[in-house]
Design a protein around this ligand. Sequence first.
Ligand code: CA
Length: 360
Amino acid sequence: MDEEGDEVGRLQNYLKRFGYIRPDEERPYGLKIDVEKAARQPEPMVFDSPTQKALKRFQEFNRLRPTGVLDKATINLMLKPRCGLPDFVVPEGQIVDYVYSGKKWTKLDLTYTFQNYTPDLTQSEVQSAIGSGLFQWSLAAPLNFSEASSGGDLKFSWGSGDHGCGYPFDGPSGVLAHAFYPEDGRVHFDEDELWTNDSPPSGIDLASVAIHELGHALGLAHSNDTNAVMYAYYSGIRRTLTKDDIEGIQYIYGKRKWKCPIAKIASTTTIPVIQTSTQFLREFRDEVVLKSMFKTPFERILDRYYELTPIINKKMDSSAIFRQIVKGVVYPFIIGTKGAVSLTLASMRKSNHSRLRMRP
Ligand code: CA
């Protein structure tokens, strides 16, 4: 690359945008950039020593060879879509593999609201993609999420270009989404992307981006573990929290306390079947716990479910016949249970409305 010119200017802007060069603004997204790690302001459009230092830091953080040269591997990474938040922020507390932003919610029961939806997917597809991320964070830490019709703690929305928060999006690709650190709660998705939920994705996989942004909204910064959900770059489906992410969130909020030791083990499993099918159990448990009458038997069913699912999953992996049986028998049973629980709850609500009402 040339030592001067537009290309250098573009490189400098990129490095500045993601925290490798000191920003003009003090606190982007509500958190300070780590000025110790960021290079000082370079001469515009000149490949000077601050630019080189920033480029080296970028390569180091992203586990590329720290050549200080804009080589092919570095360009390839920079061309990949990613999260809009900078990589270096000022942390408080110790840093392990993940980076704790130093910000957290002071309560564990959080509400969320959809301010609008992307037209790329149906509303229920959007809710399920984001719900899957919320669910996983809530398994890892003692956080509880419930949807509110307005004014939630977490606020999801889609916008294009300048969408009013001071950090405009950039059209298709590049930045996919950004979120603000606690206790702000805004999570913005770039409407110029094509949001999808198929696999392999025909566009940008919403669930993978959402679980990452939720990590920011809960207080995690970017991880330099390239397999972690909290790694800044998007490379297809990554819908499941890794050890690095789980340790990060537990560092902030502690671990969820499971009554049943088997449930505890199952909660850390990364087998997708468990995660998808426990979602409704968890949702209903929350509802049941709120209503309090059903609590004990339901907890027992849930614990029993956790106890059995690892065995079922293991067997499903090894036997095609068993897989068919699960699909034919177990899934309908789960769906049937879900129906029964909702019917019971509905009838309870109807017949006993006054008794179930929350006391002030
Ligand atoms: Ca974009």
